[in-house]
Design a protein around this ligand. Sequence first.
Ligand code: PMP
Length: 284
Amino acid sequence: MVRTVYVNGEFVPEFEARISIFDRGFLFADSVYEVIAVLEGKLIDWDHHIKRLKRSLKSLDIFAPVNAKELLEAHRDIIKLNKLSDGLIYMQISRGSSERNFIIEDNYKASIVMFSQQVDLLGPHRLSRCLKILTLPEERWMHRDIKTTQLLAASLAKTKAHDLGYDDAWFVENGFITEGTSSNAFIVLKNNKIVTRKIGKVILPGVTRSSILEAAIFLGLEVEERPFSIKEAETAKEAFITSATNFIASVIEINEQIIGSGKVGRITKLLREQYIIDMKRTSV
Ligand code: PMP
């Protein structure tokens, strides 16, 4: 099926979509993005995503001539035009184009693109996934809290993990896990305490991370936001990742050490059930 995609205010068939080769998103990764899950034709965690998008734009001083209401309408149009029930919408805003120049002038007009991908997000094969993780040295830049399209280090790390027979990689800096290549990393200790890295420059403030932590607190689970070491991860009772399109996925091996029982853990399962209830209730 040919998708209808969005480019700067217009909906066009995907093969007609055009962006300038001078676009700074293309030349300098000078662009930010969001990936929003869609369930039953509705957007998951919209407010959180828009809040983070605005923060990313502000951090890089990119001015985008659209507001949240217009973006919501465009997302809903993409869903309708592509008859999307379950999947995701990718949205990217770049600073725009002018002659290639390292110095950022102030005459750019941001460019915005959006497209959908159909994914059976709640399919049993996705929900029952058990991930095997390899830890690799952190090689990304120092502003991982901004959701830019500067994703090469993450893409290379994930590819390396795949080539070596793992499902994904977790980055390690100064002996402590930061996060996954495209997800936040969590462990559950023997006393059922959930541990994940605190928000700051070293990780992306995941939208799913924050909703999962809310679900955990609702369920009466204890949460500790602090760094954790490779050793602590390898000997955890459970481990999992969160991201907008994975929701929460179980990690059953880290560096070939089996985590807990080697199956989806009880806490991971509880959190996933609560998260899906919460997200369906608040989708727009
Ligand atoms: N960390 C990184 C590095 C990511 O790329 C992502 C997903 N884009 C996440 C965390 C998870 O964020 P979210 O829950 O908002 O998808």
